[in-house]
Design a binder for this molecule. Structure first.
Ligand code: ATP
Ligand code: MG
Length: 452
């Protein structure tokens, strides 16, 4: 909910917007005849000048004073007078639909009943230079879109013909709603990583644990080192942290990423590469830019699983597609370098990573296939305390005999637990071996011969 004071700030902005609408309608009426006869309307448009003399006739940025969300936004971005009015105009119909009707009156195109880029131009400018500036403001490189304050529908008829919508975060900010958590969407192709695990559940080598602790320190103490102690002011490119987890499948890389985020108290998102990589030229970069921008805003950790798929080696250029793929990797390289947050990459194939990329990695953690001692620890760690296990199961023997990864040990234990549940019994060595055989079969290997 907005406080009374902040609601008043918004009300004042809408009143000011309405005054601008009235002024523009007056200006239009001086030239346009409201008629259904297209020839008469055409005549009226011919009489309308491309610009008027004088100033734009909109409230200056001084009109957004105080410490409310709108004034803070105008000050911090900072927004120009035209940008601030655009933001208010985009949000206005969310509060009162009469603004949508005003916008239809301000459009020369029939059938428009919402804010368009053209209507924004009409609202924010009346001089010729002002109209030029407004066209640029709303163009593809306009700041308002870059800052994710507004979104514009792309239409064939022209860059300013499409509908202008407020970004949902902007609506939440100005109307006092809570800011929505990012969720999987075209603009944010990522899913939240949640985990039941803590650092204590991770069975890794002493070296890996050291590196993970160092990663945690970077996440936790970035504010002190970069801001308070000034590293970010003193150096370029130290804002972000790039962490690489590498090792065979099922060794706990994804688990470790989620555990790190949970321990540091930050949300983590796994970027959905399939949704991100588009076959359309330019789209992938746009999608990536959206993800990185949002992650910076929300201060969340980005996880790229199977990173070699996107951060892979640039190939020899043999056709346009290759050149394009290389261009994407280059874009990623520089975007990651600029990123003011934590990125975790996981990969099975270290050698497949682009070498320019490898140089930028701040911390590298290896997750080797577990040895006998780790396998025993894994067997103990994966079994929940309430699981009934038959007396005398030789876990040390299982660890010794079967070279399984953490994920396989978990799967085998789960299989055994279901077998026990279905048969109304406790987990026996036999059920465990049956689960282990299934795990071997799943990866196309044969278990060692002999007993079991
Ligand atoms: N080192 C480990 N310590 C504790 N549990 C583990 C470990 N490795 C795997 N596990 C168990 O196996 C599950 C799956 O592992 P995870 O998905 O993290 O492996 P991964 O290395 O990301 O595999 P992939 O390379 O196939 O993505 C974990 O959630 C956890 O239950
Ligand atoms: Mg994984």
């Amino acid at each position: 909910m907005l406080s009374a004071e902040h609601a008043e700030e918004l009300r004042r902005a809408l009143v000011a917007l309405e005054a601008v609408v009235a002024l523009r309608l007056e200006e239009r009426c001086a030239y346009a005849i409201r008629t259904s006869d297209p020839r008469q309307a055409g005549q009226a448009l011919l009489g309308r000048p491309l610009g008027l003399p004088g100033t734009e006739g909109i409230p200056g940025t001084g009109a957004y004073a105080g410490d409310g969300p709108l004034a803070t936004l105008v000050r911090q971005c900072p927004l120009s007078a035209a940008e601030a009015l655009t933001v208010v105009a985009a949000v206005a119909p969310e509060i009162d639909e009469k603004f949508a009707v005003y916008y239809s009156l301000l459009s020369d195109r029939p059938g428009v009943a919402h804010l368009t880029g053209e209507v924004v131009r009409t609202l924010t400018a009346r001089t010729f230079p002002g109209r030029l500036a407004a066209s640029e403001l709303l163009g593809p490189h306009g700041r308002l879109r870059g800052m994710r304050l507004i979104e514009m529908d792309a239409v064939d008829a022209g860059p300013l013909v499409g509908q202008v919508r407020p970004h949902r975060d902007l609506v939440a900010l100005l109307t006092g709603g809570t800011r929505a958590e990012p969720e999987l969407s075209a603009g944010f192709p990522a899913t939240r990583l949640q985990t039941a695990h803590t650092m204590a559940d991770l069975i890794v080598s002493a070296e890996a644990r050291r590196q993970l602790t160092a990663a945690l320190d970077r996440i936790r103490h970035a504010g002190r080192v970069l801001d308070d102690w000034g590293f970010a002011r003193r150096h370029d490119g130290v804002r972000g942290t790039l962490i690489l987890f590498h090792g065979p499948p099922g060794t706990g890389k994804s688990m470790a990423a989620a555990v790190l985020a949970r321990t540091a108290g930050r949300p983590a998102y796994r970027v959905d590469l399939a949704a991100l990589v588009s076959k359309y030229i330019g789209e992938t970069e746009k999608n990536l830019a959206g993800v990185f921008d949002r992650a910076e805003e929300e201060d969340c950790i980005l996880v790229f699983d199977e990173a070699d798929a996107v951060f892979g080696r640039r190939t020899e250029v043999s056709d346009a597609r290759d050149r394009y793929a290389n261009q994407e990797v280059s874009y990623l390289l520089q975007r990651v370098e600029r990123h003011r947050g934590v990125v975790i990459l996981t990969t099975n194939l270290l050698g497949n990573l682009d070498s320019a990329f490898a140089r930028r990695i701040d911390l590298q953690v290896e997750f080797p296939a577990p040895g006998v001692a780790e396998r025993l620890a894994l067997w103990r760690a994966v079994l929940p305390a309430a699981l009934p296990v038959a007396d005398g199961v030789d876990f040390a023997g299982l660890a010794e005999r079967y070279a399984l990864t953490g994920a396989e040990i978990r799967d085998a234990a789960l299989d055994a637990a279901y077998l026990a549940a279905a048969n109304g019994q406790v987990v026996t060595a036999g059920y465990l071996v049956s689960g282990i055989r299934a795990a071997f079969a799943k990866s196309g290997r044969t278990p060692p011969p002999g007993k079991g």
